[in-house]
Design a protein around this ligand. Structure first.
Ligand code: ZN
Length: 256
């Protein structure tokens, strides 16, 4: 049976049958790998503790007829601050969902892997689950995800007529992929109006680095609105449905 090796981050795992475990591993060199770890749920399994969600692992796989098989796994790094924290877990799930729904198997995606790894590491390392900051991290991920996928929002000119936006842009269209000038926006459906704080956050996040995220001081209302917008934006342009964010919203409604 041919074998191969790969390093990556486990972004999904679930039980298969009595004791087997399916893992979906996002790797820089081979995209998404789905494999089965036979007997992983047995008490004395050699995989015990190694194939947990958000572990970074170095694996050897045997090529199977339908699914590849994990034959060896070594832990490189553990992000164990996520799964036990309700908010961190759910925001990280949204990020994983984007990868799972857009990335194909065996297609290298180094930049996207690096982005995913760094944002998940940050999610793991923050001390308290400040929800605004978790939302900012997810927005940061979505904006940079859209850049890598080639459809980053355009905010410097009108996406319909190309005119330069002289004042702060404030009218946005998901469908057109960015700001729209006042005259082009008239009569169009799906037009979104932003206030100054929302626009400032969106333009700021478009060019900021991960370590600069803490410089932004925004309200929960603003981060929630921009997160909703970016979720709609990524869903529309990648043609996916992000169900984990809808779940988070439902939970919030029940709490409030
Ligand atoms: Zn225009």
């Amino acid at each position: 049976m041919p074998t191969y090796k790969a390093k990556g981050l486990i972004i999904k795992s679930y039980r298969l049958g009595e004791a087997d475990k399916i893992v979906k591993i996002f790797t820089p060199d081979m995209g998404l790998i789905s494999a089965v770890a036979k007997g992983a749920f047995n008490m004395k399994s050699r995989f015990s503790g190694r194939l947990e969600l958000y572990n970074v692992i170095d694996c050897e796989f045997s090529q199977g007829r339908t699914l590849d098989i994990v034959s060896q796994a070594e832990i490189l790094e553990i992000f164990n601050g996520i799964s036990g924290d309700f908010l961190k877990f759910n925001y990280t799930q949204s990020l994983s969902e984007m990868i799972l729904k857009t990335q194909s198997e065996k297609a290298a995606s180094y930049n996207l892997f690096k982005l995913t790894y760094l944002v998940i590491k940050k999610m793991n390392n923050i001390d308290d689950s400040n929800e605004v900051f978790l939302q900012m991290l997810l927005i940061f991920f979505m904006i940079n995800f859209s850049k890598i996928m080639g459809y980053a929002p355009m905010l410097k000119c009108c996406t319909v007529c190309g005119c330069e936006m002289l004042k702060n842009p404030e009218i946005f269209s998901v469908k057109y992929g960015g700001t729209v000038c006042r005259s082009c926006s008239s009569g169009k459906s799906g037009i979104i109006f932003f206030n100054d704080e929302e626009m400032h956050l969106l333009t700021g996040l478009l060019s900021c680095r991960l370590e600069e995220l803490t410089d932004f001081k925004v309200s929960y209302r603003t981060s929630s609105r921009i997160l909703d917008l970016m979720a709609e934006y990524v869903s529309f342009h990648s043609e996916i449905n992000l169900s984990s964010l809808a779940y988070l919203k439902k939970i919030h409604k029940n709490i409030v």
